[in-house]
Design a protein around this ligand. Structure first.
Ligand SMILES: Nc1ncnc2c1ncn2[C@@H]1O[C@H](COP(=O)(O)OP(=O)(O)O)[C@@H](O)[C@H]1O
Ligand SMILES: CC(C)(COP(=O)(O)O)[C@@H](O)C(=O)NCCC(=O)O
Ligand SMILES: [Mn+2]
Length: 921
C-alpha cells in the first residue's frame, strides 16, 4: 500500500494565506481555466513553505513544509477577468522545479509530473557531530544520484485538451530550462522548452502545444514508453501488481530477478500486446482493434451515455441474458456438457438481438452496457491468453485505462485467462494501469536519473484534503476537474457522506462457465481521483533499507494483516473511538483557537472518511496493514496542520518523570548487577504503559497521577512475563558460571513514548549499557506521532537527565549531544572523551510503527557497527517487527495495552508484557 509515511524531518505546515470568496458550489462547471481556488488548493502538497517551529524546550528550528505556501504578490488575472473563474498568474511564486511528461492517447491524456523540493533539512551542530561519529559524510542532495520530490499522476479526456493545457500552464509545468539541467534553472522560462510526449497526440497536437504553451513536444515511441513504464513500476513499486479473481484483490510481490519474460497487454482505445524480455527488450506481438474505445464508442451510440463512467456504472445494473444468446437458449435450457459449456455460457454476444423483433429502444441500456463490457473483456482476455500461449508466457500484466480499477472488468479478464489456460496463466493488473506510457516518457528523460530508483526510496501518500482549514471551504471548488482533485477534497467540499465506491464483484460472479449475471448491483461509480486508487509518489532518495534485517526480501513490517475483514473492522472501531480524544488533544495543542477547532473537525471528518473508504475497499490504497492505518492518522493530522498534537502532554510527563529520575538512579545504583538488570527491564516494560494511543491507557490516566500509574504498573511486573526471555538476555549480558561475556559494542535503542517511558524506562537502560562499555544510539522518530518522543526532543531530555548523572553526562558529551559541552569540543569531537558515546539518530518515520525497509541514512549508518537492537513499545515491537529477524542480537520489549492483540499475539491479556530476546541469526 500506500505506505503512507513521511520520511525525514518534514511536514510542518504553513497556512494557505490565499482565501478566495467562499463558495461551496457544485463541481460541474465546465471551466476552461483554473479558478483561483484551484490554484490555491490544487497544489496539494506541492510547495515548500516554511515556518519557525518552536521545540518543546523553546529552541527554534526551521522545518520544511509539506503544505502549499503561495506567494501572491503581483498576482494578476490572465485573460478575461469577466470570466467566472479566470486563471490567476502568480509571477512571484517560486514554484517547485517541475518536470513533465505526457501520453496523449486516443481517449485520454495522461500526465506525469514531478515537483521537487529544496532540501531544507537542518544540519545543526549536534547532527554534524553525530554524523561524524557515525562516519557519515555530510553529503547534501548532490551526493545522491536521484533528486527528492514528488511524482504526480493526472489524466484528462483528450477531447478536453484545453483543460489539460490550462492545467499545465497554471502549474507552469512547461517552464523548465532545457539547455541547463532542469533542476538548476532558477527562473522558469519556456524558451526552447521541450516536453517528453508519447501517444498519437504527441504528433497530432504538437502545433497546439507550441501555439498555446510555446513548447515543443519531444516524441517518444509509444511501445518503448509502455514497456519502460511497466518495468519501472514492477521493479520500483512494492505491490504494484495484483490479481483480481472473484472480487478478491491480492497483491503480488514480484521478484525483480524473475520478472521477464511477460506479456504486457495495454487496453487503451485499442489494445497492444507486447512480449517483454527485459529493459528495452520487447516485441509487439499482437493486438486487437476491439478495445476500450470500442466499449466506450459503441456503448455511447447504443445507450446515449454522456460519459465513460456513466456507461460503466450502467453495466453494474445490467442483465446481459436479455441480449446475449446463451448456450441454454440454443440447447433448450440444457448445458452442452460434452464440451464443458453450461447453459449460462454466452454462446453469442448480442446474439439475441437477431431473433427478437426488438429495436434498440426495447433493450435496457444497462443490459447493453453489460453485454458489451463482457464481450470486450472476454475477447481481450482470450486473445491475451492465446498470445501468451504462443510465446510460452505464464504471466500477463494488463494496463490501460479501459480497466479503470473496475472490479467486474478485472474479474472478467481474469476469468477468461484462467478459463482458457486451465489455470496455467495468470492475469495481473497494475495499480498505475493507465500511466505506463506517460511514466515511460518521463523515464526517457535521463536527466532525473529515476531509472535507478528503488522501492525503498519511494513513499506513496494520499492527499487528504489539504486545502481545507476547518469545516469551511475557502474559495470556489476547482471546476469540474474531477479527476485531478482528491476524492477527499471533494468529500470535504460537499460536506456529505463519501460517495459509494466501485462495488466489488461478490464471490461467484464468474464461476465456472463464467457467464453468470454479475451479482454486484452497484450504485454510483467513484468518479473522483480516488477512482485511480493511486497517490502521489514521494521520492526520498536518502531512505535506506535497515541493513541489519536478516532477510530484507521476506521482511513484512506488519504483524496484523488487515485483509482479514474482522480484523479490519476491529481496528476501524478502535481508531474511530479514539478520535474524539485525539481531536481534543490536537485542538488543545494549537491553543484551542476557533481555527484549531475547525481544523480539528475537518481532520476528524477526513480521517473518518478515509477509514470508511478503507472499510469498503481495504486495498484501495494498496496493501493495507495496521501500521499503515496508524500512519495515515498521523499524516492526516499533519495535513490539517496539527504539528504535534500531544506536545503539552509530552512536556508535562517529561517534567514529572525527570523529577523522580535521580531517586530511581540512586535506587538502581544500590543494587547488584543481576537484580539491577531485572529492575531495568521491568522498568522499561512498566513505563511503556504511558501510551496515549491506547484507549485503555487513556482511561487509566484519567484516574490517577503519572507517578501513581507508574508505581501501579511496576508493582504488577511479576515474572514470568507472557513472553519471557529475560534469562537468555541475562546470560548474554552477565554470563553464567563465572564467565563474563564481552559487552555489546553498540546498541540501537528504538525508543517509544515521552515521559516515563523514555525517562524512567529507556534512559536508565541506556545508562546501564553505557556503564558496561556499550555505545548507545537512541533511535527516535523524525516527526511526532502520538506521544512518541522525537529525535529533536531527545537531546534536551538527555541534557536534563545528565544533570543528575555522570555516566549520562559524559556519554552525552562524547556523543555530541550536549550543546554547551560542544562549544569547546566541536573541533576535536572525535577524541574529546574517553567515555563511550550516547548518540541520537532519527529513524525517518512519523508514525508509532516502523517499517525497517525505509529508514533514515543516519540510522542505516549507525546500524553498521551495532550488535544489539532493542525495539520498544507496541507500535515498533508488536504491531510491526514482532516477527522480524535480525542479523544481530535483538530484544523486543513491550507492554500489550490492548486485549485483543494480547489474545491474538501472545495468548494473554491486556497489560501482559513481552520480553523477547533473539540472538543474532
Ligand atoms: N474518463 C474516461 N473517459 C474516456 N475513456 C475512459 C475514461 N476512463 C476510462 N476510459 C477508458 O479508457 C480507454 C482509454 O485508455 P487509455 O489507456 O488512456 O488509452 P489511450 O491512450 O488510447 O487514450 C477509453 O477508450 C475508455 O475505454
Ligand atoms: C498506537 C499504539 C501502537 C502506540 O503504542 P506504543 O508503541 O506507544 O506502545 C497503541 O497505542 C495502539 O495500538 N493503540 C490502539 C489500540 C487501543 O486503543 O487499544
Ligand atoms: Mn508510542
Amino acid at each position: 500500500m500506500a505506505g503512507l509515511p513521511v520520511k525525514r524531518v518534514l511536514g510542518i505546515n504553513g497556512k494557505d494565506e490565499f482565501k478566495a470568496g467562499e463558495n461551496t458550489n457544485n463541481t460541474d462547471n465546465n471551466k476552461q481555466s483554473l479558478s483561483k481556488a484551484a490554484l490555491a488548493v490544487r497544489e496539494e502538497n506541492d510547495k515548500v513553505g516554511e515556518r519557525e517551529m518552536v521545540t518543546p524546550t523553546g529552541s527554534s528550528i526551521k522545518r520544511s513544509s509539506s503544505r502549499p505556501q503561495l506567494d501572491l504578490s503581483k498576482a494578476a488575472i490572465q485573460g478575461n477577468s469577466e470570466e467566472r473563474d479566470p486563471t490567476i498568474l502568480l509571477p512571484n511564486q517560486s514554484d517547485d522545479i517541475s518536470h513533465l511528461a505526457l501520453d496523449i492517447g486516443g481517449s485520454l491524456i495522461k500526465l506525469v509530473y514531478f515537483s521537487r523540493h529544496e532540501d531544507q533539512s537542518i544540519d545543526d551542530k549536534r547532527k554534524k557531530t553525530v554524523k561524524e561519529r557515525l562516519g557519515i559524510s555530510n553529503g547534501n542532495r548532490r551526493s545522491y544520484p536521484i533528486l527528492g520530490g514528488r511524482l504526480h499522476f493526472v489524466k484528462f479526456e483528450t477531447s478536453k485538451i484545453n483543460e489539460c493545457l490550462d492545467f499545465i500552464s497554471s502549474k507552469q509545468l512547461h517552464c523548465v530550462g532545457t539547455n541547463s539541467l532542469w533542476w538548476t534553472s532558477d527562473s522558469p522560462s519556456n524558451e526552447n522548452a521541450v516536453i517528453k510526449a508519447t501517444g498519437g497526440g504527441a504528433y497530432k497536437f504538437a502545433d497546439l502545444f507550441k501555439e498555446r504553451l510555446g513548447v515543443s513536444l519531444d516524441k517518444e515511441d509509444e511501445m518503448d514508453c509502455l514497456v519502460a513504464g511497466a518495468n519501472f513500476l514492477l521493479k520500483a513499486i512494492r505491490h504494484e501488481a495484483f490479481t483480481h479473481m472473484e472480487g478478491q484483490k491480492e497483491f503480488v510481490q514480484i521478484d525483480h530477478n524473475d520478472l521477464f519474460p511477460y506479456l504486457l497487454v495495454n487496453i487503451g482505445s485499442g489494445v497492444s500486446m507486447i512480449k517483454v524480455d527485459g529493459d528495452g527488450k520487447f516485441q509487439r506481438v499482437s493486438g486487437t482493434n476491439v478495445g476500450g474505445g470500442t466499449y466506450w464508442g459503441l456503448g455511447r451510440l447504443l445507450t446515449k451515455c454522456k460519459s465513460f463512467d456513466e456507461l460503466l456504472e450502467l453495466s453494474q445494473k445490467g442483465d446481459n441474458r436479455t441480449i446475449d444468446m446463451l448456450v441454454g437458449d440454443i440447447y433448450g435450457g440444457m448445458d452442452y456438457s460434452k464440451i464443458g459449456l453450461s447453459a449460462s455460457t454466452i454462446a453469442s454476444s448480442f446474439g439475441k438481438a437477431i431473433s427478437d423483433k426488438k429495436e434498440l429502444e426495447d433493450y435496457r441500456p444497462e443490459d447493453i452496457s453489460l453485454s458489451l463490457l463482457r464481450m470486450i473483456s472476454y475477447n481481450i482476455g482470450q486473445i491475451s491468453y492465446l498470445t501468451a500461449l504462443r510465446f510460452g508466457l505464464k504471466r500477463i500484466f494488463f494496463g490501460g485505462f479501459f480497466i479503470r480499477g473496475h472490479a467486474y472488468t478485472m474479474d472478467t479478464i481474469s476469468f477468461a485467462v484462467h478459463f482458457w489456460s486451465k489455470g496455467e496463466a495468470q492475469a495481473m493488473f497494475l495499480r498505475h494501469e493507465g500511466f505506463l506510457g506517460a511514466l515511460g516518457a518521463f523515464m526517457s528523460d535521463e536527466k532525473h536519473g529515476l531509472d535507478d530508483l528503488r522501492a525503498h526510496q519511494l513513499v506513496e501518500r494520499f492527499p487528504m484534503g489539504a486545502p481545507f482549514t476547518g469545516g469551511k471551504i475557502h474559495g470556489p471548488p476547482p471546476g469540474n476537474l474531477n479527476e485531478k482533485i482528491s476524492w477527499m477534497e471533494k468529500f470535504v467540499l460537499k460536506g456529505t457522506e463519501i460517495t459509494a465506491p466501485v462495488p466489488m464483484a461478490p464471490t461467484g460472479t464468474t464461476g465456472l462457465g463464467g457467464f453468470e449475471v454479475p451479482l454486484s448491483k452497484g450504485g454510483t461509480l467513484r468518479s473522483d481521483a480516488s477512482a485511480l486508487n493511486i497517490g502521489v509518489l514521494h521520492l526520498v532518495p536518502t531512505l535506506e533499507v535497515f541493513p541489519l534485517l536478516a532477510d530484507p526480501k521476506s521482511y513484512e513490517p506488519n504483524t496484523i494483516d488487515l485483509s482479514d475483514h474482522n480484523e479490519l473492522e476491529y481496528w476501524f472501531t478502535v481508531l474511530s473511538e479514539h478520535l474524539p480524544d485525539l481531536v481534543d488533544k490536537a485542538v488543545a495543542s494549537e491553543g484551542g483557537t476557533d481555527d484549531a477547532k475547525r481544523r480539528g473537525d475537518a481532520f476528524a471528518r477526513a480521517f473518518s472518511a478515509h477509514l470508511a473508504r478503507l472499510m469498503e475497499e481495504p486495498a484501495a490504497y494498496g496493501k493495507l496493514g495496521l501500521a499503515n492505518l496508524l500512519e495515515l492518522r498521523e499524516e492526516c493530522l499533519r495535513e490539517f496542520q496539527f504539528v504535534d498534537a500531544y506536545r503539552s502532554i509530552k512536556l508535562r510527563e517529561n517534567e514529572a518523570s525527570l523529577a523522580v529520575l535521580p531517586d530511581l538512579l540512586a535506587e538502581l545504583d544500590s543494587m547488584n548487577e543481576e537484580p539491577r538488570l531485572l529492575t531495568l527491564i521491568e522498568g522499561v516494560l512498566a513505563a511503556n504503559i504511558f501510551d496515549w494511543g491506547s484507549r485503555a491507557c487513556v482511561d487509566l490516566y484519567h484516574k490517577g497521577t503519572i507517578i501513581e500509574i507508574y508505581r501501579m504498573s511496576r508493582n504488577k511486573m511479576q515474572r514470568p512475563w507472557r513472553v519471557d526471555d529475560f534469562d537468555l538476555l541475562k546470560e548474554r549480558m552477565l554470563g553464567s558460571g563465572g564467565k563474563k561475556p564481552p559487552p555489546h559494542k553498540r546498541a540501537l535503542l528504538f525508543v517509544d513514548n515521552s515521559g516515563a517511558d523514555i525517562v524512567l524506562g529507556m534512559l536508565p537502560l541506556a545508562r546501564e549499557l553505557l556503564r558496561r562499555g556499550t555505545e548507545v544510539v537512541l533511535v527516535a522518530n523524525s516527526l511526532p506521532a502520538l506521544n512518541d518522543v522525537t529525535a529533536m526532543e531527545l537531546p534536551d531530555i538527555v541534557a536534563e537527565a545528565a544533570k543528575h548523572c555522570d555516566i549520562l553526562r559524559k556519554a552525552a558529551e562524547a556523543g555530541g549531544l550536549l550543546v554547551d559541552a560542544m562549544v569547546n569540543t566541536l573541533d576535536d569531537s572525535k577524541e574529546n572523551s574517553t567515555s563511550v558515546p550516547l548518540m541520537v539518530v532519527e529513524n525517518g518515520c512519523g508514525s508509532p510503527c516502523i517499517d525497517l525497509r525505509q529508514v533514515s541514512p543516519e540510522l542505516a549508518a549507525a546500524a553498521k557497527d551495532a550488535d544489539l537492537i532493542i525495539l520498544e513499545g507496541m507500535g515498533r515491537a508488536l504491531h510491526t517487527n514482532f516477527n522480524a529477524r535480525f542479523k544481530r542480537d535483538a530484544l523486543k520489549l513491550a507492554m500489550v495495552k490492548n486485549q485483543r492483540l494480547a489474545e491474538k499475539l501472545i495468548q494473554g491479556k491486556i497489560y501482559d508484557c513481552v520480553c523477547r530476546y533473539e540472538a543474532a541469526s
